[in-house]
Design a protein. Structure first.
Length: 124
């Protein structure tokens, strides 16, 4: 809006009432602009706080997930090592049995294998 008119141009009568109404409208408009500005500021602050809280939550969850991942990897490694040790023990035991059990290895049973493979064509 423009500045107030000069004193000599001050309206009287009905025109004076119109000017007063315009002043009240301007005052209400200014009041609402202040309220809107304050509300906008509050909303921006609330959004900023929400972002900060979300970032903090994400960091906390990520740290927890990393801890859980590490724990599971260690548990898996321990289980794999235990299973590998069991397999090695079984293999060592089987190898020991093969060394001591004569006549049960493939080289000792070659005649039986040839006879089974060739059937009636095998030499006696």
């Amino acid at each position: 809006m423009t500045d107030a008119p000069p004193a000599s141009a001050t309206p009287t009568g009905a025109d004076g009432a119109t000017v007063e109404v315009l002043r009240r409208v301007k005052a209400v408009e200014s009041e609402w602009e202040l309220k809107l500005r304050a509300a906008r500021g509050e909303a921006e602050e609330a959004v900023r706080r929400a972002r900060e809280e979300a970032d903090a939550t994400v960091k906390t969850v990520a740290a927890g997930a990393e801890t859980e991942r590490t724990r599971r990897l260690e548990t898996g490694r321990a289980a794999a090592e235990k299973e590998a040790d069991a397999i090695v023990r079984e293999g060592a035991a089987a190898a020991g049995r093969l060394r001591t059990d004569k006549g049960k290895g493939p080289a000792d049973r070659s005649a039986e294998v040839v006879a089974a493979a060739l059937g009636p064509y095998a030499r006696d």
